[in-house]
Design a protein. Structure first.
Lengths: 540, 332
């Protein structure tokens, strides 16, 4: 590989390769281990293949529609939130957008049923006004409502972050030219949205592909079977590890294929250089009324199920909950897990992006370099569709052979959570890291800054906001994650979502609702904490 | 940041450091059994008082997961005993060849059906039942047939037989009653099914939230509401065709290094020191000798006139075919 005169590029590329190797190892090892213990090849009759084909069609259909609706709804919401940079409570709204991700699917499903179900608030309202009978959401409609709830918030938050990076010069120019709202969208906002949209859409798509409880419960039954359900079934009830790996491979290939198609639509990252406060936009007055409407509509949709969750949680016997030692054990475990996983995710994301930046900067044309770039893109995308149940079972086999199964379990759970958070971290950090690079590289070169020094003096200060957001998302994701932690059962290793599920599974649904509320509270706390992560001298 | 990370990792490891090194009996079970409010901690205290040993519970998500864990670990498992699988899994468990005959006296065992399995010892049982909300349904279905053919507007939430034990229980129940006509029964019943959940928790949560007036659960479920919430609102519907049974069992691993102690535990399991904790902690019927009287709530429960149970071998051999039949009948 060709490097420039300084010693800078090499370590960055090396760190990226190490991160990539780590990710590959963490994902491939368990899949190979499961194949290795197979007594025989999976039994794949024609009937079964027909079944797989029909559930694959359904999986892609529901995930595709969910993604389309989530993103279409997120664009106006994000534009409105970015345009109105100062309204009271905006901070809280932005934090709330990260919250659905942290809530266990079971909790969200019950919240959505309470709002949209047959006996839900909306049905009751419609019936009392005589407009119509009870709603019946069970089927594709229910799946879409729940997925849009989860992912519109996510997509909107990521889009707001991108829009806020638009440099103030653009807005001054727009004001001078008296751009209309349509012009602003076409010439300023759309290029930015377009550069991040493929990444966001692919993230949402994968989350919907891997969705499990939501699809079964709100899908109304076995008609709404997805690949994830089949994987879960073949690994658990049928105990057919090779078939599980095969189906997981199919799911991976499917997503990879779609991303190759989607990759053609991706554009270069728009160069951005916003440091400090989001710009005061000249168009904020003219669009105030429509923005209020859009924000109000979006918030109502998001807030109603959250309100249902709060209302059922608020009645919980909190005295009883906090008097149980297991609650505190679970809380401490969850917090440590969330912090570890988020940190690890950020470190991995940074390594990958720094390597990518170096390769782009030096225009290293070799085949190795381009292979690295594409495997990085893939690793940042496809991890989410490797079912945690497969990673967990596979790692269990490996660790059991080495006698480490129990002591290493928390570490594996942290790593799996970090891997799941990586796609979020990459999407949040990439525009900032790569965009910043193009602006600051020449400056750094002329000042002779490189390596850690550059990271501390140049990169860290300007990236703080993106880092905080990435950390918040990663922490929220792992504090709410159930999958990974549930795989290595041990009476000593209890996380909050696991405790919630145990309460729910033994008639204590009222206590479970209280724990869900506390979980949401701690998650907001972590997001707030992440926002406080500022290097001393810099104000953001 | 790196320092914080190392610190966090160390703290995570410390959370699972092993305790002391007495003579130790390791029992794998499902997690609700050993939760703070489950029977596990009380049974541990009672057994350790008599055995001069340490009882270690290792909890995995649910019964199926415990058996999978044993399969993954094979003969290198550190489990002495597996506790918590039911009779729909015993044949599959025996077929692994990882379990050995229990060799203990079964005199204490009390079940509505004769017990002949030489590998597994039962510790509790329950009957599946349709639980209904008496504030919403005044005339509950009086038979399984009425449930199957009833008003499609009156909904029930059930669990998926591919992912949940009660779900599989209903599948076997309908098979035991309808035999070859099970597929038709499912097609009719599916008109009343509001939704099919992956586990018991989602279904029961939707039921208690009022989304559906009926749910598939156990005859013992009303006892929880009577004892813990002092309400008789939720009741089980009694079906003359019989109710399908779930018998939960434990067995000794061939690879155990502690077989005398393991036998001592299984023996203990059939007596009052274990059985007294079952009714109000696991909300199932005890399958052995108790010394405490059952709470009054248990007297008020539906007691099925007929217990249905397909043989473990038949279930093991036909489960896949029956699930396919269910899929075809309900996705039509």
């Amino acid at each position: 590989m060709k490097t420039s005169g300084t010693a800078g590029p090499k370590p960055a590329v090396l760190a990226g390769l190490v991160a990539l190797g780590f990710i590959g190892l963490a994902v491939a090892t368990p899949m190979l281990a499961l194949v290795a213990i197979a007594p025989a090849l999976p039994d794949l009759s024609g009937d079964y293949l027909g079944f797989v084909w029909s559930i694959t069609k359904f999986t892609v259909l529901q995930a595709g529609l969910s993604t389309l609706l989530s993103v279409l709804a997120a664009i106006p919401l994000a534009r409105a939130l970015a345009r109105q940079a100062t309204f009271p409570g905006r901070h809280i709204v932005l934090r709330l957008l990260a919250l659905p991700l942290a809530l266990p699917a079971l909790v969200v499903v019950l919240g959505i049923v309470e709002v949209w179900g047959r006996q839900g608030w909306i049905s009751t309202m419609l019936q009392s006004t005589g407009l119509s009978g009870p709603l019946n959401i069970y089927g594709l409609a229910g799946i879409l409502i729940a997925h849009v709830f989860f992912n519109m918030a996510l997509a909107a938050r990521l889009l707001v972050a991108a829009l806020e990076q638009i440099p103030p010069e653009n807005w001054r120019l727009a004001a001078q030219l008296s751009f209309s709202s349509r012009h602003v969208f076409r010439h300023i906002e759309w290029p930015v949205i377009r550069s991040v949209l493929p990444g966001i859409a692919s993230l949402v798509f994968m989350l919907c592909i891997a969705s499990f409880a939501v699809v079964l419960v709100l899908g109304g039954g076995p008609k709404a079977t997805t690949l994830e359900v089949a994987i879960y079934q073949s690994l658990r009830f049928d105990f057919d590890p090779p078939r599980a790996v095969l189906l997981a491979g199919l799911q991976l290939a499917l997503c990879a294929g779609l991303f190759v198609l989607g990759g053609r639509m991706a554009t270069d990252i728009a160069v951005m250089s916003s440091v400090g406060k989001p710009a005061r936009r000249p168009d904020r007055f003219a669009s105030r009324r429509i923005d209020s409407l859009v924000v109000a509509a979006g918030l109502t949709f998001l807030a109603l199920p959250m309100l249902a969750i709060v209302l059922s949680g608020i009645a919980a016997p909190f005295g009883v909950i906090v008097s149980q030692p297991v609650f505190w054990r679970a809380l401490v475990t969850s917090l440590i897990l969330a912090l570890t996983a988020a940190t690890l995710a950020l470190v991995m994301a940074w390594c990958l992006l720094a390597a990518q930046r170096t390769i782009m900067r030096h225009r290293i044309p070799s085949r190795t370099a381009s292979a690295f770039m594409s495997s990085m893109q893939a690793s940042g995308s496809l991890i989410l569709v490797v079912p945690p149940v497969v990673i967990g079972a596979g790692w269990f086999v490996v660790l059991h052979r080495t006698g480490l199964a129990n002591s290493a379990a928390p570490v594996i759970v942290a790593i799996v959570n970090a891997l799941m958070a990586l796609p979020f971290a990459l999407r949040i950090l990439r525009p900032a890291v790569v965009g910043q690079a193009q602006i600051h590289d020449r400056l750094c070169a002329s000042l002779g800054l490189s390596g850690l020094q550059r990271w501390r003096l140049i990169d860290l200060p300007v990236l703080t906001r993106s880092f905080a957001l990435a950390f918040a998302f990663a922490a929220a994701l792992s504090i709410g994650d159930l999958g990974a932690a549930a795989l290595f059962g041990s009476a000593d290793f209890v996380t909050l979502p696991l405790l919630l599920l145990q309460k729910m599974g033994s008639y204590r649904s009222v206590e479970a609702a209280g724990i869900a509320l506390l979980l949401a509270g701690f998650c907001l706390g972590l997001i707030w904490l992440a926002e406080q992560l500022k290097p001393g001298a810099q104000t953001s | 940041m790196l320092r914080l990370f190392t610190l966090c990792l160390a703290a995570l490891m410390a959370l699972v450091l092993p305790a002391s090194a007495k003579d130790k009996l390791t029992v794998y079970t499902y997690d609700s059994f050993v939760s703070d409010w489950g029977p596990g901690p009380k049974i541990k205290t009672a057994f350790e008082a008599s055995c001069n040993c340490e009882l270690e519970w290792v909890a995995v998500a649910d019964a199926v997961a415990t058996l999978n864990r044993i399969k993954l670990e094979g003969s290198g498992s550190k489990a002495d005993i597996l506790l918590g699988i039911d009779t729909s899994l015993t044949a599959e468990a025996s077929a692994t060849g990882l379990f050995e005959e229990h060799g203990i006296s079964t005199d204490n065992i009390k079940l509505p059906v004769p017990w002949t399995d030489k590998t597994f010892v039962p510790y509790d049982y329950g009957h599946f039942a349709i639980i209904y909300d008496s504030e919403k349904i005044k005339t509950p279905p009086a038979s399984l047939d009425e449930l199957v053919n009833g008003d499609p507007e009156q909904k029930i939430v059930i669990q998926d037989p591919r992912t949940s034990s009660p779900g599989l229980g209903l599948l076997l129940w309908i098979k035991a009653v309808y035999g070859d006509k099970a597929g038709e029964a499912w097609t009719k019943l599916s008109r009343r099914v509001l939704t099919v959940t992956p586990g018991w928790s989602e279904a029961y949560g939707m039921f208690t939230k009022g989304e559906a007036p009926m749910v598939l659960s156990y005859t013992t479920s009303p006892a929880y509401h009577m004892v813990a919430e002092s309400t008789e609102r939720y009741r089980a519907a009694s079906f003359p065709e019989g109710h399908y049974m779930q018998i939960e069992v434990a067995g000794i691993l061939k690879s155990s290094q502690n077989k005398p102690l393991a036998r001592q535990f299984l023996d203990f399991m059939t007596g009052p020191g274990f059985q007294n904790h079952i009714p109000t902690n696991n909300w199932m019927w005890p399958a052995g000798k108790t010394s405490d009287a059952l709470p009054d709530a248990f007297d008020k429960l539906v007691k099925p006139a007929k217990s249905l149970l397909l043989s473990a071998d038949e279930v093991n051999a036909s489960r896949k075919a029956w699930i396919d039949e269910w899929l075809k009948a309900t996705t039509r």
